[in-house]
Design a protein around this ligand. Structure first.
Ligand SMILES: Cc1cc2nc3c(=O)[nH]c(=O)nc-3n(C[C@H](O)[C@H](O)[C@H](O)COP(=O)(O)O)c2cc1C
Length: 154
């Protein structure tokens, strides 16, 4: 990791996928709302931006910002019991932010949106367990595109 980190202040991006793991007494929608609120609040303070995709029992998240902030935040997220089996898909320096408009933009897709996600994932079924680094970034950028258009018409 130290090799990939070119400086604590330069831009880094980390993408991971994890499985949602809500305890029986948790209401998933409420927990997701709460974690998004905390993310926006904390990420604003640490100059992080990113996107969180919530679908089919999965989280796929991009975090970008200063390397130290990205790694510190990811460590905290890793310890969060609301998900499990986190797999880092990519991590390293980035030329420019891809999700710079949002301290955290969250997008939920319902089961009815499966076809949209399959299309976004370039005709492969939505399966974060096997997403490559390129495919993951492509997917999150496609979701970003939807979000931009939705924001314009909202
Ligand atoms: C999938 C997932 C994504 C999260 N993303 C972020 C994030 O981007 N930034 C953040 O500060 N916390 C994030 N959290 C929440 C942290 O795990 C933790 O609950 C929170 O940072 C604690 O903040 P607080 O001490 O201000 O309540 C995420 C949690 C989960 C399960």
């Amino acid at each position: 990791m130290s090799q990939a980190i070119s400086g604590s202040r330069s831009l880094h991006r980390l993408i991971y996928a994890s499985r949602q793991a809500f305890a029986p007494d948790m209401v998933a929608d409420d927990e997701i709302d709460a974690l998004i609120r905390a993310s926006i609040r904390n990420n604003r303070l640490t100059s992080l931006t990113g996107l969180l995709l919530v679908h089919d029992g999965w989280f796929v998240q991009a975090l970008e910002g200063p390397a130290t902030a990205v790694m510190t935040t990811y460590q905290r997220i890793l310890n969060d019991p609301r998900h499990t089996d986190s797999r880092v898909i990519s991590a390293g320096p980035a030329d420019a932010p891809e999700f710079g408009d949002w301290n955290m933009c969250a997008r939920r897709f319902s089961p009815a949106d499966d076809a949209i996600l399959d299309t976004l994932a370039q005709k492969q079924a939505f399966d974060p367990a096997t997403l490559s680094d390129k495919a993951a970034l492509r997917l999150l950028k496609a979701v970003r595109g939807i979000q931009d258009r939705t924001a314009l018409t909202a």
